[in-house]
Design a binder for this molecule. Structure first.
Ligand SMILES: Cc1cc2nc3c(=O)[nH]c(=O)nc-3n(C[C@H](O)[C@H](O)[C@H](O)COP(=O)(O)OP(=O)(O)OC[C@H]3O[C@@H](n4cnc5c(N)ncnc54)[C@H](O)[C@@H]3O)c2cc1C
Length: 561
């Protein structure tokens, strides 16, 4: 389904552009007056707005498009999204499956705004858009085998102990030369028994953290806001609402040009035409001046999107090395609330490593909306396995967990399960996982690789293009703004000029050094014959110098296609 076709203005520009090219090419040998006319036309071509294509309509792609569309005079932006029926990517307020459902109760993807991160622009944006927010707070920690739910002062003790374990684990491992995983570091601290007994609730609590559960999560690069804590503000109307506002614009801003059902297959740089060509699965081929690639790193890694020429080594290394987590959500709606409604979150302890990540945490949606809804979270291997179950098995698994947490009698009071929804982010071909995270040995520089464009045609955006904000919605959004700014401020052009200046300076310095050397030699060698020899040698060395400069250019800091 196409949401927006080319606008009339765009069509006019495309037509003018084609006509100007045609005119320029067919009139190369005309009279001086015609030449002037051609020059005017060429100038006109340069004044046309540059066409930018954004591939991927997640938070990053939409932020980039919205940023670029602020300069309508110089840029026209079109977004192409693979999915048939929605944009938003890993933010998905699924209002389609159940038309009666609203907002936060159907957030199957990223839904909470981290408040740990001091500058979360989305909180500000939500306020600006007048979107209502609520805090996810008041936890109950359930230890099923003790038949006990920890709250109040008891829970404070547990969370305090868990924070101590976490802090010590991170500090100790960072002080050591060898990098280890969060799991190993936490297990080590617990094993000493210094802070806590390994069988105590606090020890179990710290093992509920996704960074403990996810395979090999690095201590050195641990970022709590990407996973563990601080996810405590949700939008009542759902996170998708915020992205809807980016797409629809405001009274001053027109809607974005957005095409759904367009799966990009190839990005090809056409140096002759000075354009980049994007080919889509349905055969559509679009020429542009620049492309912003805002699709998940796991999709790039799958080879679904091909680059011609191939991505430079540094980028392919980042694509291969950045690790992507598995996480999923389930939404259960009952006829009645059977759980203690005064709590916002329930977390259960589990007895074995195999059970970790398996619906350990549930958010009580009834706290914000008058709905009898619980949302459960899966992390790591259980999130992968959950997608393999048929809906009946998945439902039973979720109900069994709730029975274990609250007791069968209480769960029965909830009446019928009136709605069951689940996400499948791992097998979804347009996400292939949840979000990036640093494994033991991952260099944070891998993420920032993508922050640099492949000048002058290809730019990147997405949570995987920023170590600072990886794995988060605000990180994705910020990356889009960063990329938009790179284009708006002509980063590639600035880099090109800087490079030219650097090369010129290098040439000048070499020539000066050579001149001084020659002057010294001339001073030493008085004979006419020797002088002639020197000049011949000088010519040759200048040639060598020029080759040297070219080599330096090839080893340049910015990457060019
Ligand atoms: C279950 C879950 C819970 C999460 N919880 C939180 C949370 O509470 N807080 C938080 O901050 N973050 C959370 N996250 C992470 C957050 O959602 C992501 O980091 C963020 O949304 C990523 O945005 P993005 O724009 O980088 O990528 P995406 O949102 O994935 O956008 C990429 C877009 O590209 C499209 N695409 C893919 N391939 C192609 C192609 N070939 N051609 C065209 N288009 C293509 C996709 O369909 C998608 O729309 C969660 C994620 C998940 C899955």
């Amino acid at each position: 389904m196409e949401l927006h076709r080319f606008s009339r203005t765009q069509m006019v520009y495309v037509t003018v552009l084609s006509l100007c090219f045609l005119y320029t090419y067919t009139n190369g040998q005309k009279s001086p007056s015609t030449k002037n006319k051609i020059e005017e036309d060429v100038q006109e071509v340069y004044q046309l707005p540059k066409e930018v294509i954004v591939i991927g309509a997640g938070a990053a792609g939409l932020a980039a498009a919205r940023k670029l569309s602020s300069d309508k005079q110089n840029f026209t932006v079109t977004v192409y999204e693979a999915r048939k029926d929605r944009y938003g990517g890993r933010v998905w307020t699924d209002k389609l499956t159940d038309m009666k459902a609203r907002g936060a109760e159907v957030d199957l993807g990223g839904s909470a705004l981290s408040v740990i991160s001091k500058e979360n622009p989305l909180i500000e944006l939500a306020e600006q858009f007048d979107l209502k927010m609520a805090s996810v707070k008041d936890l109950q920690f359930i230890v099923p085998w003790e038949k006990k739910a920890y709250t109040g002062a008891e829970l404070s003790d547990i969370t305090h102990q868990a924070a101590q374990i976490l802090g010590q684990a991170i500090n100790q491992s960072r002080a050591e030369k060898v990098e280890i995983s969060m799991k190993e570091a936490i297990d080590r601290v617990i094993a000493t028994g210094e802070i806590i007994d390994s069988a105590s609730a606090g020890a179990h609590f710290v093992k509920c953290l996704p960074s403990y559960i996810l395979d090999n999560y690095s201590t050195r690069n641990y970022k709590p806001e990407a996973l563990d804590v601080g996810y405590d503000k949700v939008l009542l109307d759902g996170m998708g609402e915020l992205l809807d506002r980016l797409v629809s614009g405001s009274t001053d801003e027109p809607p974005l040009h957005l095409n759904l059902n367009k799966v990009a297959r190839q990005i090809k740089v056409d140096k002759e035409k000075k354009k980049v060509v994007v080919r889509f699965r349905d055969g559509l081929q679009v020429f542009a001046d620049m492309v912003v690639v805002a699709i998940p790193v796991s999709v790039i890694a799958s080879g679904e999107l091909l680059f011609e020429p191939e991505l430079p080594k540094k980028y392919t290394l980042a694509v291969q090395e950045i690790n992507v987590a598995a996480a999923n959500k389930v939404i259960l709606e009952f006829e009645h609330v059977f759980w203690p409604a005064e709590f916002g979150v329930f977390t259960r302890a589990v007895g074995s490593d195999a059970e970790r990540g398996n619906l350990q945490t549930w958010v009580n949606i009834n706290r914000f909306l008058a709905k009898c809804v619980l949302i459960g979270f899966l992390f790591g291997q259980p999130a992968v396995e959950f997608e393999k179950l048929d809906p009946e098995e998945a439902k039973n698994l979720a109900l069994n967990v709730l029975n274990e947490m609250f007791g069968e009698d209480l769960v029965k009071q909830g009446g019928k399960l009136v709605r069951f929804q689940q996400s499948k982010w791992v097998t979804d071909p347009f996400s292939l996982g949840t979000s990036s995270y640093p494994k033991v040995g991952s260099d944070p520089g891998l993420w920032d690789t993508f922050a640099a464009p492949l000048c002058p045609y290809i730019y990147f955006a997405g949570e995987h293009t920023t170590f600072e904000g990886h794995g988060t919605i605000h990180g994705a959004y910020n990356s889009g703004i960063r990329t938009g700014n790179q284009i708006l401020t002509g980063l590639c052009e600035t880099l090109r000029k800087e490079e030219e200046r650097r090369k010129a300076e290098e040439r000048r310095k070499k020539a000066e050094a050579k001149k001084n050397k020659t002057a010294d030699e001339l001073h030493d060698n008085k004979s006419q014959e020797d002088e002639t020899d020197d000049i011949v040698e000088d010519d040759e060395t200048m040639k060598d110098d020029a080759e040297d400069v070219e080599e330096v250019g090839k080893r340049d800091v910015k990457t060019e296609l």
